[in-house]
Design a protein around this ligand. Sequence first.
Ligand SMILES: [Zn+2]
Length: 251
Amino acid sequence: MTRLVILGSSNAIPDKTHENTHMALVGEDRIVLIDCVSNPTVRLPEAGLEFDRLTDIILTHFHPDHVSGVPLLLMDMWLLGRKLPLNIYGLAYTLDRIEKLMEFYDWGTWPNFFPVSFNRLPATEMTPVLSTGEFRIFASPVHHLVPNIGLRIEFLDSDKTMAYSCDTEPCQEVVRLASGVDVLIHESAGATLGHTSAEQAGEIARQAEAGSLYLIHYPTGSFDPESLVPKAKKKYPGPVALARDFMMLEF
Ligand SMILES: [Zn+2]
C-alpha cells in the first residue's frame, strides 16, 4: 500500500509539535521526499522511514521553510556511507540555487560522494515528474512569491489520486491540478501575498470537486488551527481536516 506521511504541517514558523510543511511518499521501491527541512536524519526515522531507502526528492520552491534541510541531508547521507544515487527534481530556478548553495559548502571536494542527479522541470502545467509501477507524479506552476510547483499524484493500484497545492495564492492551476482528486492537501497560511486562507482553500476544493480537503501550512504557536476547519467548510461541502505531523494517508 502506497502511503503519504506528513512530516510537517506548519507555515514558515514551526513550533514544538508542528515542523515546517514537508511530506514523504512511501512506495515499495521508492521513497519520495516532498521538500526537505529541519533535520531529516532525525525526522525520517521518527516517522518510521528508513533513511537509506530515500530515492527521490522533489523541491517545490526555494524558500528556507521548504529546502533548508537539503545540505544537511546530503552531508549526512554521505557520512553514513550512501552509495545509491539520489534524484532531485524541481524548477530550474530552484535547482540552480540548490546547486549554488552546495557549491558554497564546497561539496565538490567531499571525497567519494554518491551520485546526485538534478532534474530540471519545465514550468508548464501537468509536467510529468516521476513515474513508477506504483504511482505517477505531475507538477504544475502555482502562484507564489518565487517560482513554485504544486503536485498531483496518481496511484496505479488503487486508482486513487491526490494533489498538493504547495504555497500559493488561490489559482486555477491548482483547480486543474486537483480536478476530481480523492484528496486535496491545500495550504492555508492566510489571505496574504502568495498564500491562501482556509476559506479560499475550501473554495478551490469545491471548484476542483475534490473528495476531501486537508489544510496544511497553517499558523501554529499561540494560534489554534482547528478554527480553520469551519472556515473551509463554509465554501466546501466535503470532509475537511487539518493535516498533522506524522499523519499517514493510505492510497
Ligand atoms: Zn514559500
